[in-house]
Design a protein. Structure first.
Length: 215
């Protein structure tokens, strides 16, 4: 009887040890499911990031060829074309034309009414001083009429490379004159905008003027 109990106990221990060994083998087997899922998720995220980056680049390129401006309380968006001058490039909307007056001075005007225009003066920083150009602009504005500061801060925000800027406006009955000086990279720029209240295109002209870039 004791021998039978001993034999039974021995068999039971063998079975228990075998069961433990099987469980350990199962636990030791690598679980690749989580790893594979993580890799698939990372691949999807990488592809999504690439697609988002491509879309952002396309949007940036598209925005470079568009200008949004306000006229007579309406917000409008216009396609632009890149035009090269001696020192700079500028984005110009359809319906406007750029003509050279003299070296470093151009005139951008509305083709339907050339009284709506903007005189553009661009010079290297080593040839001019920002403060002196601002003072000269104030004198020019005073010669036209009484003037006051004109806020272009929102438009300038779209051009972080502009380090300094100032603007003034003078009104004479239906006519408006805006004088702007700004510093961008190695260039100093002065814009003199001539607008009429019924046209109200000064914002469009200013937005084009701020796209000036050094070549």
């Amino acid at each position: 009887m004791k021998k039978l109990q001993l034999l039974f106990t021995s068999l039971l221990l063998i079975l228990l040890l075998a069961a433990c060994g099987t469980a350990e083998d199962q636990n030791a087997e690598p679980d690749n499911t989580d790893q594979e899922t993580e890799e698939e998720t990372n691949n999807i995220e990488d592809e999504s990031a690439k697609e988002n980056g491509t879309q952002q680049e396309e949007n940036a390129n598209q925005n470079e060829n568009q200008i949004q401006y306000t006229s007579n309380n309406e917000t409008r968006t216009a396609e632009t074309a890149n035009v090269e001058e001696d020192l700079y490039t500028i984005q110009i909307m359809e319906g406007y034309e750029l003509t050279k007056e003299e070296p470093g001075k151009e005139l951008l005007f509305l083709q339907d009414n050339d009284a709506i225009n903007m005189r553009i003066e661009v010079m290297p920083k080593e040839e001019a001083d920002y403060d002196n150009l601002v003072k000269n602009t104030q004198e020019m504005m005073a010669a036209i009429s009484d003037y006051e500061p004109f806020d272009i801060s929102e438009a300038v925000k779209s051009h972080p490379e502009i380090s300094n800027s100032i603007a003034y406006i003078a009104t004479i009955e239906n006519d408006e004159v805006v004088g702007i000086v700004y510093e961008k990279g190695n260039l100093l720029v002065r814009l003199t905008v001539y607008d009429q209240k019924d046209y109200d295109l000064k914002d469009a002209l200013i937005k084009m003027g701020l796209t000036i870039k050094e070549k």
